[in-house]
Ligand binder design. Structure first.
Ligand SMILES: [Zn+2]
Length: 117
């Protein structure tokens, strides 16, 4: 059977431990319920938050998934930090800590003035 560990996780590695937890719960549920498995079609980042598209999850697993999605708003998508994490509301939305946000700031390319060289 296909594990959700086999589908692409289309988000930064900072969220992978959260997804890992959900994936393990789903895999063990599916191992115990092979005729009625939980299906996960997609895992990705959208508008700064984690999305896990799933089908057929019982309530306790759904709660785990919802907890991971909720936690994504407080967890840096790049490094997993939970310190001073923010989600920007313009441009390409991402939930990041201040350090990682600094790193994604667009680079300003200055042309060298070669006349005086
Ligand atoms: Zn970070």
């Amino acid at each position: 059977m296909k594990s959700i560990k086999d589908i692409p996780w289309e988000c930064g590695k900072g969220w992978w431990p959260m997804i890992e937890k959900v994936a393990s719960a789903i895999d063990s549920f599916n191992a115990a319920n092979p005729e009625n498995p939980i299906e996960v079609s997609q895992i990705k980042q959208k508008f700064g938050g984690l999305r896990i598209y799933h089908y057929n999850a019982p309530e306790d697993i759904r709660r785990l998934i919802d907890d991971a999605i909720e936690a994504s708003w407080y967890t840096c998508e790049k490094c997993g930090s939970t310190e001073a994490v923010t989600t920007n509301n313009s441009g390409y939305m991402q939930t990041l800590c201040p350090e990682c946000r600094k790193q994604i700031r667009p680079k300003i390319i200055r042309k060298r003035d070669k006349i005086n060289e």
